[in-house]
Design a binder for this molecule. Structure first.
Ligand code: PLP
Length: 235
């Protein structure tokens, strides 16, 4: 990973990741084709995005709105772009313009602001609710299940948002058991939501990053968000 980043190194890293995903899926008796790999390009330059596109990646994640705007507005190739970081209400307009999905909804007011901007430009936006499954204070997301369900029911009335699933960031620890518990609790909430609201097309479970994606896949993730393992360490 200390090599210079190129389309080739990105492609190589990607095949290692896909192999590990396939192994984890195999252990869990899952179909590997249902698991998408997102390239997280935060802090990395546009050149890296272009190389990732050349290496065959079509799904990207950024966690800051301004950084994503400056970078992706220059990308000629159409890609699918998700916001995976916290959304401030005053950024809703830019978000409505450049993202395909917001994975980090954890407050009704933010969803409402986003809905309004989407309505004003005549589009709908996929959203995920972010759940804090680790209990860590540094992390965003719902900590309380009742708050989450209450918010979901209100967001269901927002015509320009489409509720698609859940996202979490696992705990920052080497304790595999705690990481697994965190992912398992998200999967459990995901399944219960699907049962309770069958009218929704609720089908995205976003969990797993460079350090923990094999566990996430074993626990049911269908979208893993990978930065470091594709591009190398961030500055
Ligand atoms: C940075 C980030 C990632 C990717 O992290 P890596 O450890 O570099 O793979 C995934 N999800 C979120 C929400 C992030 O902020």
């Amino acid at each position: 990973m200390s090599d210079k980043v190129s389309t080739e190194t990105i492609g190589k890293n990607l095949s290692i990741i896909r192999e590990k995903v396939a192994e984890a899926a195999g252990r869990a008796g899952r179909n590997v084709n249902e698991i998408r790999v997102m390239a997280v390009t935060k802090t990395f330059p546009l050149d890296y995005v272009k190389m990732a596109v050349d290496a065959g990646i079509g799904l990207f994640g950024e966690n800051r709105v301004n950084e994503a705007f400056e970078k992706y507005i220059l990308l000629k190739h159409p890609v699918e772009l998700h916001l995976i970081g916290h959304l401030q209400r005053n950024k809703a307009r830019t978000v409505a313009r450049i993202f395909n999905c917001v994975q980090s909804i954890d407050k009704f007011e933010t969803a409402e602001a986003l809905n309004r901007k989407c309505e004003s430009i005549g589009r709908t936006m996929d959203i995920l609710f972010e759940i804090n499954t680790s209990g860590e204070d540094s992390k965003h997301g719902f900590r309380n299940e009742d708050d989450y369900f209450a918010c979901l029911e209100r967001v269901m009335d927002l015509k320009n948002l489409k509720i698609r699933g859940l996202m979490t960031v696992g705990p920052l620890t080497d304790d595999k058991k705690r990481i697994r518990e965190s992912f398992r609790s998200l999967k459990n909430l995901y399944e219960r939501t699907r049962e309770r609201y069958r009218e929704l097309e609720f089908d995205i479970l976003s969990m797993g990053m460079s350090g923990d994606y094999p566990i996430a896949v074993e626990e049911g993730s269908n979208l893993i968000r990978i930065g470091t393992a594709i591009f190398g360490k961030r500055q």
